[in-house]
Design a protein around this ligand. Structure first.
Ligand code: ADP
Ligand code: MG
Length: 283
């Protein structure tokens, strides 16, 4: 995209305070397997950055290290001024996922994780819970503060359902929603935590081409409306071309290319990584 090519969001030239995420030499080993190998990755504030690559490239593993689900084997990750990887003697530690959520990182999952037999509204309210001030004993005692907070949480959840295009579907069980709506509901729940950074793991997985186009436009609109910074994982290169400022390509855990969508698309190593293994998306 020409807008992206002219963008000042060039890795290496962005001052650190303009970066929401700065990851250096991030590595994750599972036994003998190096799933993510010394990855450097920057996410400028307000950008949409994509992480792409064939299946098994290490995309989800990298995500899981940003969200505190996995502790890196090595490297550093700074989010919004916070060191997420802490050295404790010879071992590395990381923040618990709920602390990472509180710091301002929201995510969706590659395989949808909703509470199937809870209403859409309640699924969003689970996300809001992170920031509720009431304690369980307020609920037991039915304190007025609790009731007021509950009303506010319902109101906010309804707003978020509107925002993602699920107006009027709040009472439907999550599992009874069509697949595309379940993806939107997951995004509403992630937004309920009021994130600065939204991580979307293959939000178009399992969608046909018109659903995919709709989801792509929706993600773009989220940044415009909420001023979010978005990290998108995608298997399908075509999805990220229209919306990304920068694209990083992983293959076997290593960064094989980084640049604007146009630069990445034209990179012979990227074409080989995709076509070489018969994966879709490198047309
Ligand atoms: P992607 O999301 O790019 O498809 P993943 O990050 O899921 O790739 O996986 C990268 C590699 O790490 C794969 O070989 C996968 O089998 C392996 N892997 C991922 N998670 C684990 C785990 N918890 N234990 C062992 N191996 C894992
Ligand atoms: Mg994955």
């Amino acid at each position: 995209m020409t807008a992206a090519s002219a963008s000042p969001l060039v890795t290496g030239s962005v001052p650190d305070d303009r970066l929401l995420v700065r990851a250096r030499k991030v590595t994750k080993r599972f036994g003998g397997l190096v799933a993510v190998n010394a990855v450097d990755f920057d996410i400028p504030r307000g950008s949409i950055v994509s992480l792409i690559g064939p299946n098994g490239a290490g995309k989800t593993t990298f995500f899981n290290m940003i969200t505190g689900a996995y502790t890196p084997s090595d490297g550093e990750i700074v989010f919004d001024g916070h060191d997420l990887v802490i050295r404790s003697g010879r071992r590395l530690k990381t923040y618990k996922p709920h602390r990472v959520t509180e710091l301002g990182i929201g995510r969706t999952f590659q395989n949808i994780r909703l509470f199937g037999t809870m209403s859409a509204l309640d699924n969003v309210r689970v996300g809001l819970h992170v920031h509720l001030r009431s304690h369980w004993w307020d609920a037991v005692l039915r304190l007025p503060s609790m009731r007021a907070e509950e009303e506010r949480s319902v109101e906010r959840a309804l707003e978020l359902l509107d925002l993602v295009g699920l107006t009027g579907r709040g009472n439907i069980w999550a599992r009874n929603l069509p697949y595309g709506d379940q993806r939107r509901l997951e995004i509403a729940r992630a937004l309920a935590t009021n994130p600065k950074l939204l991580l979307l793991d293959e939000p178009t997985a399992g969608m046909n081409s018109s659903e995919t186009a709709e989801m792509t436009a929706f993600i773009r609109s989220l940044r415009a409306r909420l001023g979010l910074t978005i990290l998108l994982i995608e298997h399908d290169m075509r999805v990220v071309m229209g919306i990304s400022d920068r694209v990083t390509v992983l293959d076997y855990g290593e960064v094989i290319a980084e640049g604007t969508p146009d630069e990445v698309r034209a990179n012979p190593r990227v074409i080989e990584a995709y076509l070489g293994r018969g994966a879709a998306g490198a047309s």
